[in-house]
Design a protein around this ligand. Structure first.
Ligand code: ARG
Length: 467
């Protein structure tokens, strides 16, 4: 028993130590040790509060503080002996602190591992959101630079993967930027939702001790814009709630989804069938068999990892789904998926930033692909609308002309004026001007459209946001 007591903090009522198998099965130290900085921060906040309300004297507080500082340093130097038999990060650090000062035995007053882990994870999420936002800025800057470099280069835009209407590389890449911008905002929201302090909830029902929850919350930075503490209002909810986990994993999956769609565009554009884009050697790989191959693995892996991130979200939802209030040990499994989503998303964002930075467009191929007059068939319908033809009729007329050109095996603009006029008397001899690509873009200067001035404006908008 004496041995067991040394090992785990809950040993008092047990006469046997856990089976070796149970220790291996129940440990979380292999994955929650990365919470150490947040756990130490949380402990320091809790100790400060205990001192503030008189449950630690100044000497005890200073010893705890110094012990925590030493532990931080040891962990930073990777010089900390994590022990599997101590189960998790909380008990490892508490035991390590005990070897430094007896005062450590007073630290857990008014606290449970339930509110402790909830606090650690909220500190983690605030930090993780901040890091992801920084990584997102890197990807967005690379996308923006590329959009700027090829702002007015025409390419076909696609629906159903069929050439639809001409757009510009600027318009297309800015579309991805808009999506990433929404991700950025989502991570701000997740960080805001994480910014509420559960410490003081104890196991579920708080404590009889004269805790000052607001004091601890303020020290830990769980404050609103006026500096007032933000506290969880219900102890049972505080230790059972995993909403921020789900929101974070969902924001990660959503962001990966956007990266995956961007990746797919580049994979297509990079194929010989499109030939629009040249990817850098540094982010592509060769084939072990076929010497000519240069494969877009970086983008394919982003697509693949997106499946993994969606799986992580699913994993969490299913883990939480049937749990009665409040804490259940199942919840220990809540951490691997969010850590994995965080790590993998940071990698994906860095890779996207790297590939885009070094990619270039084959301008001739792009221009050639966008020059098919059929892409401006809708503009010819608009031309007729401006001459008073109802749109449905105009649509039909242009459809007939397309079909006529097809049957004559000629390009739409090679039809004669007579043929064009025969299908609709409102067509005048200037009808071919519609197919001037530059004119087509200039007529699209409203918000949301690929007009050159509008695109330049959006580039400046993003430039100033990302400065
Ligand atoms: N390692 C545990 C987890 O991550 C810490 C909380 C343990 N709480 C408890 N009541 N056993 O969930």
């Amino acid at each position: 028993m004496a041995d067991n007591e040394k090992q785990v903090s809950w040993g008092g009522r047990f006469s046997h130590k856990p089976d070796d198998l149970m220790q291996v099965f129940g440990e979380s130290i292999s994955f929650d040790q990365r919470l150490a900085p947040y756990d130490l921060q949380g402990s320091l906040g809790h100790a400060s509060m205990l001192a503030h309300v008189g449950l630690l004297d100044e000497r005890e507080f200073n010893q705890i503080k110094q012990g925590i500082e030493e532990l931080s340093e040891e962990i930073l130097q990777a010089d900390f002996p994590w022990k599997l038999e101590l189960e998790d990060v909380h008990m490892n650090l508490e035991q390590a602190l005990r070897t430094k000062t007896e005062a450590a035995d007073k630290l857990h007053a008014g606290r449970s591992r339930n509110d402790q882990v909830a606090t650690d994870m909220r500190l983690f999420f605030k930090d993780a959101c901040h890091q992801i936002k920084t990584a997102l800025e890197g990807s967005m800057r690379s996308a923006l630079d590329l959009a700027d470099r090829y702002a007015l280069l025409p390419i076909p835009g696609y629906t159903h993967l069929q050439r639809a209407q001409p757009v510009t590389v600027g318009h297309h890449l800015l579309a991805h930027l808009e999506a990433l911008g929404r991700d950025y905002d989502r991570f701000s929201t997740v960080a805001d939702h994480a910014n509420v302090c559960p410490l003081g909830s104890g196991a579920i029902a708080g404590s009889t001790l004269p805790l000052d929850r607001g004091f601890a919350a303020k020290i830990l930075g769980f404050v609103d814009e006026n500096g007032d503490p933000r506290l969880t209002p219900n102890g049972m909810d505080a230790v059972a709630d995993r909403d921020v986990f789900v929101e974070f994993a969902s924001a990660c999956a959503g962001c990966a989804l956007h990266l995956s769609r961007l990746a797919e565009d580049f994979i297509l554009w990079n194929s010989s069938e499109f030939g629009f884009v040249e990817l850098p050697d540094s982010f592509t790989t060769g084939s072990s068999l076929m010497p000519q191959k240069k494969n877009p693995d970086s983008f394919e892996l982003i697509r693949g990892k997106t499946g993994r991130l969606i799986g992580n979200l699913q994993n969490l939802l299913v883990t939480i789904k049937g749990l009665p209030l409040t804490y259940n040990r199942d919840l220990q499994e809540d951490k691997p998926p969010v850590f994995d989503s965080f790590d993998q998303l940071c990698l994906c964002l860095a890779v996207v930033a790297g590939v885009l930075r070094e990619s270039s467009f084959h301008e001739d191929v792009c221009r050639q692909a966008a020059s098919d007059p059929l892409l401006l068939a809708t503009d010819l319908a608009d031309y007729l609308v401006e001459k008073g033809v109802p749109f449905r009729k105009a649509h039909h007329v242009v459809g007939e002309l397309v079909s006529l050109a097809e049957s004559q095996k000629c390009v739409l603009t090679e039809l004669t004026d007579e043929q064009a006029k025969a299908s609709c008397p409102q067509i005048e001899s200037d009808w071919r001007e519609v197919f001037d690509l530059e004119r087509a873009f200039l007529k699209r200067e409203k918000p949301g459209m690929p007009g050159p001035n509008h695109i330049k404006g959006r580039i400046e908008y993003w430039r100033s946001l990302l400065a």
